[in-house]
Design a protein around this ligand. Structure first.
Ligand SMILES: Cc1ncc(COP(=O)(O)O)c(C=O)c1O
Length: 401
């Protein structure tokens, strides 16, 4: 099919989720770049939506995938056979995640990992209450949607899971509403789709204390913030907070579909009994995804990409700061998760369109149409950052008009 036919078939046969898809006809992707079939180059400032932390198609990841394909693909449902890539990745995750989190349940996606974490918390505590935060995004399956923080996206699909209490994010005074009926509190250490909201320093430690006081499990959803994105391997460690369950996905698979929830042994053991096989998956922890994830984690650590994200993110914020004042009200961020906060949706849309015309892939966050997120591969170079900043500066000038 020629590209125009392909686009027509995309629009007709691939279920559309928005009225204006980006529509790039992808030919190739590598590192920080994506090329279309006309040879046009784009700088991907979204890293495939938080996935390509080590860059698109990193050669080490591609080699690991090829080697695993040569050995075996799917062999059995989850948890029945000893598959080296799965075991090795679980062991590595247990080494690098906060202390005590040593048992991993692999899934195919972030939303499935959230489902697993919520179910585990209910079964382990014998309680049903769930607490989540306004502005949160945890995925689109029913459990994850039920703990989402935006009614607009919930109402068309009601009724949702009962027993969910929504608290304001970053408000320690609201934490007294977490009581002994609560099985789990789920939180993004930094809200992503809610507009890159970074809590004040005391919030997450206060949340940790409150959960411990009432015996509720703390679930940290690091699907977007994990794997170096914010300048720490996991964002909760910025505040020395150790969750009871850590939810991972996106960059975990190095470009392959993979999610996980990681917990202490006594919590995770609840899934093996009463009854056994009550929470299973066919493809979760697919050996090819785990091989890719293992290679990506090696690259991330070997190339010090977490430290690089902290340094480059800080420098970039400094370069973006002088652009505020007109339609751009505020810039903020941690590591390479940055936000450009605009005064109005129209100015945001004009800015994004102008940047896209000049080859930058970026967008506003799902729940905040005035916040543009910058979350490039952590391998982005200072020159690429300078190039993107120049385009953004020019786009801002024309966004005013
Ligand atoms: C914080 C957070 N949690 C969960 C999810 C859901 O992950 P997935 O799209 O892999 O189901 C997302 C997706 O954007 C996310 O940002």
């Amino acid at each position: 099919m020629i590209p125009d036919d392909l686009t027509a078939a995309f629009l007709r046969h691939v279920c559309q989720t928005s009225p204006q898809p980006l529509g790039i006809v992808v030919a190739r992707a590598a590192g920080t770049k994506i090329w279309d079939t006309a040879g046009r180059e784009y700088l991907d400032l979204l890293a495939g939506m938080g996935v390509a932390n080590v860059g698109h198609a990193h050669p080490a990841v591609v080699r690991a995938i090829a080697a695993q394909i040569d050995a075996y693909l799917h062999v059995a449902v989850y948890g029945e056979m000893v598959q080296r890539p799965q075991v090795e990745l679980a062991r590595r995750l247990s080494d690098v995640t906060p202390k005590g989190l040593s048992v991993v349940y692999f899934t195919n996606s972030g939303t499935e990992a959230v489902e697993g974490a919520l179910k585990t918390a209910r079964k382990f505590t014998g309680r049903s209450g769930l607490v989540a935060f306004a502005g949160a995004f945890h995925g689109d399956t029913y459990g994850a949607l039920s703990v989402g923080g935006n009614r607009l996206y919930q109402e068309p699909f009601a009724p949702l899971l009962p027993g969910v209490r929504l608290l304001p994010f970053d408000d320690p005074s609201a934490l007294t509403r977490i009581d002994e009926s609560v099985a789990a509190v789920i939180v993004e250490p930094i809200q992503g789709e809610g507009g890159v909201r970074i809590p004040a320093d005391g919030f997450l430690p206060a949340l940790r204390r409150r959960c411990s006081e009432v015996g509720a499990l703390l679930i940290a959803d690091e699907v977007i913030t994990g794997f170096g994105r914010t300048g720490a391997l996991f964002a909760c460690t910025h505040w020395q907070v150790v969750p009871d369950i850590l939810v991972l996905a996106k960059a975990l698979g190095g470009g392959m579909p993979l999610g996980a929830f990681v917990g202490r042994p006594e919590i995770m053991a609840t899934l093996s009994r009463d009854p056994p096989l009550a929470h299973v998956t066919t493809f979760g922890g697919h050996p090819v995804s785990c091989a890719a994830g293992l290679a990506a984690l090696d690259v991330l650590l070997r190339e010090n990409l977490t430290e690089r994200a902290a340094r480059l993110g800080h420098e970039w914020l400094g370069q973006l700061q002088p652009l505020t004042g007109g339609p751009l009200r505020v810039v903020r961020g941690k590591g390479l998760l940055l936000a450009l906060d605009f005064e109005a949706p129209e100015a945001t849309r004009r800015f994004v369109a102008r940047c896209f015309d000049r080859g930058l892939i970026l967008n506003w966050t799902l729940h905040r149409d005035t916040v543009v997120r910058l979350a490039p591969p952590l391998t982005i170079t200072p020159d690429e950052i300078a190039h993107a900043t120049t385009i953004m500066r020019e786009a801002l000038r024309s966004a005013k008009s």
